[in-house]
Design a binder for this molecule. Structure first.
Ligand code: COA
Ligand code: AMP
Length: 635
């Protein structure tokens, strides 16, 4: 089939308002919008101003009313516990309504914030939908973050309630959530009024009187009482959720997502970008704590009337490298979305793909990869072993859905290995030099998006319009800065090469080296430090820390390094994956005092590097090389 991509993209460029007005017809609005786009509202304009709607209504209720009541909406497949639980749309609605009633009885109302700190259980998705139903703003915090990170988010979002669980399950390890939660509340200045805690059989926890509420008991009471709570109308421009993502400091950025634009954008992507039809089974193998989980485990598939899969497990080790194929076959999945690192992990354990023919993958049509750079070797391996198109696509927490993809629904364009595809409607992507001038095709530069950002993207940061402007809009006036470096080729395909800030991408998880440096420097023996991301065969990148100790510290450096590693795990969480810290005498700096992190990274990654002209003392780089060599890193 010839691709309709150019026709559709050009159509959007000619008439953006007409494009979004047409896309908005796929959503049920309680009252229509005054304007598709109000350029005067918000920081750079707002989508679907004046409309009222409800995201839970569109994701659940309208499917129950519209003939999908008995279709499976949500499958919780836990490869860790070996259990599968399915909810039809009608059952999902019952669960969501019961939980909404619990929230309502606790005094939660439109605009209140609720933090959801949960493992990959169905109740995490139910909690998100219950918040949406009542107009409360949820903020899901990834379970791999520890107390300090959770406390930071509690202080910024100021939730009335936290919904959590007794434990999460990692391979070979039960993660006790309750102590992490209690400690976070102890550390935070803002104190939520209560916690709703789901007791899991693998590890139950103590519930404090008059503060912790048993999730199952509370929901069962509402269910037995036949509670009913209708969807609360909210404005299209009201916030649906806040998701925190790494910034350049330890203070994470609260990305705001609205209701109306978000629904319109996600619904459009399911059919046109992912090529999936209502009623089909879609699986995003991510975590609800990440944006991929928000958009493509919960909201997009449900808005589209699909069956979605919430998977608790890993691509390998739960129990083996055939798990993904088992899930695809068992649930009749047509499209899988995951991060390249998952495929590198599978390929590492089953390089010949011997698990694949053991399963019936006849319904499986397309594999989508995003979250980090997809190396062509991994794409080719997956294409060859699975015999389906493998689509790399590029986006960010901020955008909520792909900025570039090879659109399966519009008809695939020729694949170019190493490129995450072409810009989607709404995204006018340009590449600029540091002075803000557009560079010729094929030239590396700053990847930016011409304002306004389309429906579905962040309108601002939570309670921080100025920080939003400063972080994203000020550097290149008239454009949104993605903080990715890349280039566009002559055919309009984008190539994304690296971040221009200190964010690194570890196993598809976005982490700030700046935030890690704040933790390293909190160790009492550390005078100065630097954290860089170095190449890793499976995870893409991993962090590597350098510390310079205070003068006169005579302790064993190995012990200090272990303490620093433990401190990062304690303050940020295991997901930071900092395993190596190297003690050095001095950090390489420019004459103006800037740490030469880029050169250190090149040394560690055995890349070609040139002596920076501005270096203060070139001998330091020899010291770094020797210190890394002692750890088996670099040359
Ligand atoms: N709760 C608690 N701890 C968690 C966690 C969670 N939700 N998620 C990860 N962790 C822990 C892991 O157990 C690990 O701890 P360890 O240091 O004790 O081993 C640590 O955080 C690092 O996790 P991760 O980087 O995921 O490494 P891993 O070795 O456990 O798994 C992969 C590697 C490739 C199998 C895994 O990253 C994966 O499945 N990736 C799929 C892609 C993905 O989900 N991307 C997200 C965005 S799309
Ligand atoms: P996150 O906000 O966690 O989704 O991370 C977004 C960042 O991940 C982007 O800014 C990129 O740096 C990187 N990224 C995401 N998808 C891709 C991709 N397909 N290719 C290269 N980098 C990607």
């Amino acid at each position: 089939m010839a691709s309709r991509y150019h026709e559709v993209y050009d159509g959007w460029k000619r008439d953006p308002v007409g494009f979004w007005a047409e896309a908005a017809k796929a959503i049920d609005w309680f009252t229509p919008f005054d304007s598709v786009f109000d350029a005067k509202a918000g920081v750079y304009g707002r989508w679907f101003s004046g409309a009222s709607c409800n995201t839970c209504f569109n994701a659940v209720d309208r499917h129950v009313a519209g003939g999908r009541a008995d279709q499976i909406a949500l499958i919780h497949d836990s490869a860790i516990t070996g259990t599968v639980r399915k909810y039809t749309y009608a059952e999902l609605k019952r669960e969501v309504v019961a939980l909404t009633s619990v929230l309502k009885n606790r005094g939660i109302k439109k605009g209140d914030r609720v933090i959801i700190y949960m493992p990959m259980v169905a109740e995490a998705a139910i909690a998100m939908l219950a918040c949406a139903r009542i107009g409360a703003v949820h903020s899901v915090v990834f379970g791999g973050f520890a107390s300090h990170e959770l406390a930071t988010r509690i202080d910024d979002a100021r939730p009335k309630l936290i919904i959590s669980a007794s434990c999460g399950l990692e391979p070979g390890r039960i993660v006790a959530y309750k102590p992490l939660l209690d400690k976070a509340i102890e550390m935070s200045r803002h104190k939520p009024e209560a916690c709703l805690v789901l007791q899991r059989d693998q590890l139950r926890c103590e519930l404090r009187d008059n503060y912790d509420i048993d999730y199952a008991d509370a929901v069962a009471r509402e269910r037995a009482a036949g509670a009913n709570v209708d969807c609360v109308p909210v404005l299209a421009t009201d916030p649906l959720y806040i998701i925190y993502t790494s910034g350049t400091t330890g203070q994470p950025k609260g990305i705001v997502r609205d209701n109306g634009g978000h629904m319109v954008a996600l619904k459009w992507t399911m059919e046109n970008e992912f090529g999936v039809k209502p009623g089909e089974v879609f699986w995003a193998a991510s975590d609800v704590g990440w944006v991929v989980g928000h958009s493509y485990i919960v909201y997009a598939p449900l808005l589209h009337g699909c069956t979605t899969v919430l998977f608790e497990g890993k691509p390998v080790g739960t129990p083996d490298a055939g798990t993904y194929w088992r899930v695809i076959a068992e649930h009749g999945i047509v499209a899988l979305f995951t991060a390249p690192t998952a495929f590198r992990a599978i390929k590492g354990q089953d390089p010949r793909g011997e698990f694949i023919p053991k399963y019936d993958l006849s319904k499986f049509r397309t594999l989508f990869l995003a979250g980090e750079r997809a190396d062509p070797e991994t794409i080719k391996w997956a294409e060859q072993k699975l015999n389906v198109p493998v689509i790399d696509h590029w986006w960010q927490t901020e955008t909520g859905s792909p900025m570039t993809i090879n659109p399966a629904g519009l008809g695939l364009l020729p694949v170019k290995y190493g490129s995450p595809g072409v810009p989607m409607p709404g995204f006018d992507i340009r590449v600029l030099d540091d002075a803000g001038h557009e560079v010729p095709r094929g030239t590396l530069g700053n990847v930016v998006v011409k304002l306004p950002l389309p429906a579905g993207c962040l309108p601002t940061l939570w309670n921080a319009d100025d920080r939003f402007r400063q972080a994203y809009l000020d550097e290149f006036p008239g454009f949104y800065k993605t903080a990715d470096a890349g280039m566009m080729d002559d055919d309009g395909y984008l190539f994304v090469m690296a971040r221009t800030d200190d964010i690194i991408n570890v196993a598809g998880h976005r982490l700030s080296t700046g935030a890690m440096e704040e933790v390293l420097s909190a160790h009492p023996d550390v005078a100065e430090c630097a954290v860089i991301g170095i190449a890793d065969q499976m995870k893409g990148q991993v962090p590597l820390g350098f510390v310079v100790l205070n003068a006169g510290v005579a302790r064993d450096t190995g012990a200090i390094e272990s303490e620093v590693v433990a401190l990062v795990r304690e303050r940020i969480g295991p997901v930071a994956a900092l395993k190596t810290v190297v003690t050095i005498k001095r950090l390489p700096k420019t004459r103006s005092g800037k740490i030469l992190r880029g050169t250190m990274q090149k040394i560690a990654d055995k890349e070609q590097w040139a002596m920076p002209a501005t270096i203060d003392d070139p001998a330091i780089l020899d010291e770094i090389t020797a210190a890394l060599k002692g750890r088996g890193i670099g040359l």
